[in-house]
Design a protein around this ligand. Sequence first.
Ligand code: AMP
Length: 403
Amino acid sequence: MLNKKTVDDINVKGKRVLVRCDFNVPLIDGKITDENRLVAALPTIKKLIADGGKVILCSHLGKPKGEPKPELSLAPVAVRLSELLGQEVKFAADPEVVGPNAKAAVEAMKDGDVILLENTRYRAEETKNGEEFSKELASLCDVFVNDAFGTAHRAHCSNVGVTKYVDTAVVGYLMEKEIAFLGNAVNNPERPFVAILGGSKVSSKISVIDNLIDKVDVLIIGGGMAYTFAKAAGGTVGDSLLEMDYLDYANKMKEKAAAKGVKLLLPVDTTIAAAFPNPIDAEIAVEVVDSKAIPADKMGLDIGPDSQKLFHDKIVDSKTVVWNGPMGVFEVPAFAAGTEAVAQGLVDATAAGAFTIVGGGDSASAVRNLGFPEDGFSHISTGGGASLEFLEGKELLGLKVLD
Ligand code: AMP
C-alpha cells in the first residue's frame, strides 16, 4: 500500500499549492504531438481548483541544461492545458523560473486560479537538487503536491528538494494511480503473471530481469536484448546488437529462472536484414531465420512470426501482464510486427479479463503509434524510467520524501 497522504487528505481552500506535474511532452515546432501526460494531470488540478486553491503548476521539459532555451519553453503547454481544462492557465514566463515575474503572477492569484511556471530545468540547480532553487520554489506555496510519476525516480529541486521547506507535501492522483497499478501487478499479481521485456540492451535492464524472475511465472525476452541470450546459448548472431560482457549474466539468469521454476521464453526465430532501410519506410529485403543461426553479415531487427505467435499466445493465457520495451526496431515498419503482436497479446488478454500494464517510454509510444486503443490495456504508464525502477524493486525517491 502507498502509506502516503494524498490530495484527498487535504483541502487547499485559499492556499497556494505548488503541483509538480510531468509535462515533459514531445514538441515539434512548438506543437505538442502527444498530450497524454497533460490529460493524465487533469484530475489532480481539477480537485485543487474545486477546493478553491491557488494552483501553481511546474514541470521540466526536455533538457535545456540549466539555461533558458525558447524551444523548450512550457508556454505551448499552458495554451493547450487551458483548452483541456476549460479555464485559463496563465503562463508565468520567467527566465529564472521563480523570478520577479513568477512571484508577481503568484501574488496576483485569486482562489481557483491556475498558473504554470517556466521549465524548471532552465535552472542549473534543478537536476542537482540544489538548496537555493528548492527554497525559491517552496517560497511560492503553502502546500506541495507531487503528481509527476515520470520523474519520481529522480531527486531534483522540484520534486525532492522543495519538500524540505514545505510543511505539507502529498501525492497527486496520477502518481497514486501509477503506483497502485504497478504495485498491484508486481506485488500482488493474479497468476499466471507474465512480464515481457524488450528494447535494445541487457545492460540497462539487468536489475529488472533479476527482480522480475523472483516474481513472475513467465519472463519473455525479445528485442535487441535477446541476441545476447542467443549468443550465450552458443548461437551465432551476426551483426545483431550484442553485449559480450553480459554473456555470463544471461546464462546466470537462465539458471536462476530454472531454479525458481520460472519459464524464460526467448525468440525462436528472428527477422533479419543486411542494414537499416533508408528512408525508414523504403522497401527492404528481409528473411526469417532461426534465432540462433543468424548469418555473419546480417542483423536481427525483430522477432520472427513463430516467436510472435508463441509470445502472443503465452500472454493471452495470463492473468497479469507487465510489458516494457519493444520486440524489434518498431520505428521501421518492416520491423514492427513483433511489437504489434505483443501489443495485440495484451489487448486480447485484457478482453479476456487479465490485468495488463504497458510500461511508459518506448512501449507506450509504440502502442499509440501502432494505433492500439488506449482502453485495450488496463493501464499505460506515463513514466518509462520510473516504471522501470519500480520493476527493479527500487524505492522511488520522489515518493519517499512525501508525508
Ligand atoms: P530501450 O531504450 O532500451 O527500451 O530500447 C528501445 C529501442 O530498442 C528502440 O528504439 C528499438 O528500435 C530498439 N530495438 C529493439 N529491438 C532491436 C533490435 N533487434 N536491434 C536494434 N535495436 C532494437
